[in-house]
Design a binder for this molecule. Structure first.
Ligand SMILES: [Zn+2]
Length: 507
């Protein structure tokens, strides 16, 4: 049934005001009323039967455009943007991301804003800013309406972003409690990473996996089992057989040909969830954020591309179900203060240089750990690791310039000295490393040699970073399909929820 757009004119969004200093309770008040649909008065929309909500964690305009530039220069050369599924969406809006305590918010509060339409404290999942009352999330509302619900993440499934779509926790660190809420959610499809605290913070609780199974979930963690999931599989929790850091899926850059990737989990999600009453699937590209924290552009870009391939699966589905499908793609906040353009490259960029990095910072840290095992800080020589650096980043020392694949990959004396300092720090136990303002700026708590390598390669490519944390840059909101037009314009992230509620005629 087509619904008149007028229905929406009655639905108003509210903004939180009265927020006081950090640590005090923010008081929600109804103010700054705006009509969320006034721009499309004459149009009619149908309630979408199939809804996909993709969230690139730490993904703003720069991360998306860096992926386009990288694809363009490596596939076509010249000044050409590569094609992403998301950049062909017909509608793009912009959302602000501040939470009730910070303009550089975290994923717990921002995912809560998207899932539940409220502003809350950083670190809080699915609670209002009073930390006592729980808003009803879009997934809880849709479940009541008969939709099947899917939650997919490339990081652990008890992490803040996925958790905000099925749990309520005053602290995002209560991951055991979050896992138990997964078991009780009765949602239909969970997929991606594993659990960080399956036996509680102290390891002395009953296995959350066991409890999830007792609540009727079919837990699968082999490729064969995952690929055979279908509409008869019942309630599913599919865990990637290849896990990397903190129970997450591998960086897409480190995934092998045979790995289960994010797009596979979306394909399987459609198989499991497709039914007469429709479904809602939230899909998070969580490691975009982690690569942003680590200032690793190559890994960041590859995980944006992996998310985009997963978006492509939804776009193919939408083509088969026109007028019934809505796809929304957004970020929860920006991470790293990534930008295109750097002080030493001026008006030039050279994203093609990034193609010389063939593994994530995490995988390279593992190689360094192997080297550290075989030597001691006083005997370690940077010359020992130069072959590894050349192999995995393409960078060569000034004395070895002739062997460089590209003259732009030769380290300057300035860069080489930075690398030698970082190597000396890396070879020390973390308790013995220099810990001052300068090392904080240079390494941000990461493995000094590795983060210096990504900084050097990124800077040569024309990419700069300003932070190891999140920033206050607004995020894009791409939309296609039924009701997509509602998502144009500039608004607050809570309005993503409000628009969905309006479109789906939810209370
Ligand atoms: Zn983050």
């Amino acid at each position: 049934m087509k619904l008149s757009k007028k229905i929406f004119t009655a639905i108003l969004c509210t903004a939180l005001v009265g927020i006081t200093a950090v640590g005090t309770i923010a008081v929600p008040a109804r103010a700054n009323t705006t009509n969320i649909v006034q721009s499309a008065k004459e149009q009619t929309y149908k309630k979408p039967k199939y809804i996909f909500n993709f969230i690139g964690d730490g993904m703003s305009y720069v991360q998306v455009n860096s992926a386009q530039i990288y694809k363009g220069v490596t596939e076509k050369g010249g000044i050409n943007l590569g094609k992403l599924a998301v950049s062909q969406f017909p509608v793009c809006g912009s959302a602000t991301t501040q939470d009730s305590t910070s303009f550089a918010p975290d994923s717990a509060s921002t995912a809560t804003a998207i899932s539940s339409g409220v502003k809350t404290h950083s670190g809080v999942i699915g609670y209002n800013a009073d930390k006592q009352t729980k808003p009803e999330s879009i997934t809880e509302k849709l479940k009541k309406e008969g939709y099947k619900i899917g939650i997919v993440s490339s990081v652990s499934i008890d992490h803040a972003t996925p958790a905000a779509f099925y749990a309520h926790a005053v602290s995002r660190k209560d991951m055991y409690d979050i896992a138990l809420q997964l078991a009780d959610s009765n949602f239909d499809y969970f997929a991606g990473g594993s659990l960080v605290q399956p036996n509680g913070k102290n390891g002395d609780q009953k296995s959350a996996f066991e409890i999830i199974e007792e609540k009727g979930y079919n837990i699968v963690d082999t490729k064969e089992e995952i690929l055979s999931l279908n509409s008869e599989s019942g309630k599913v929790y599919a865990i990637n057989p290849e896990l990397q850091d903190s129970q997450a899926m591998s960086y897409d850059l480190d995934a092998s040909k045979d790995s289960i990737r994010l797009k596979d989990f979306v394909e399987k999600g459609i198989d499991v969830l497709d039914n007469e009453d429709g479904f809602f699937m939230m899909v998070e590209g969580g490691k975009i954020d982690w690569a942003g924290h680590a200032n690793d552009a190559r890994s960041n870009i590859q995980d944006v591309i992996a998310l985009d391939e997963a978006i492509g699966v939804a776009v193919d589905f939408a083509k088969k179900h026109p007028e019934e499908t809505l796809i929304i793609v957004t970020g929860d906040h920006e991470t790293g203060g990534m930008t295109i353009g750097y002080s030493t490259t001026g008006y030039n960029t050279a994203f093609n240089l990034l193609a010389n990095q063939d593994m994530s910072y995490v995988a390279f840290d593992e190689l360094l750990a192997e080297y550290k095992k075989g030597t001691t800080a006083d005997k370690a020589k940077i010359e020992d690791v130069l072959p590894l650096i050349k192999k995995h980043f393409g960078l060569v020392s000034p004395s070895n310039a002739a062997s460089a694949k590209d003259s732009a990959l030769v380290l300057t004396e300035y860069e080489y000295n930075k690398l030698k300092d970082a190597f000396a720090q890396t070879m020390k136990d973390s308790s013995e490393r220099t810990n001052n303002q300068e090392t904080g700026i240079l390494y941000g708590g990461y493995e000094p040699l590795t983060v210096t390598l990504t900084h050097i390669l990124n800077n040569k490519a024309g990419i700069g970073w300003t932070s190891y944390a999140h920033t206050g840059v607004p995020v894009p909101v791409y939309a296609m399909g039924e009701g997509a037009e509602l998502f144009s314009g500039a608004y607050d992230n809570t309005d993503i929820f409000n628009k969905l509620v309006a479109l789906c005629e939810l209370k």
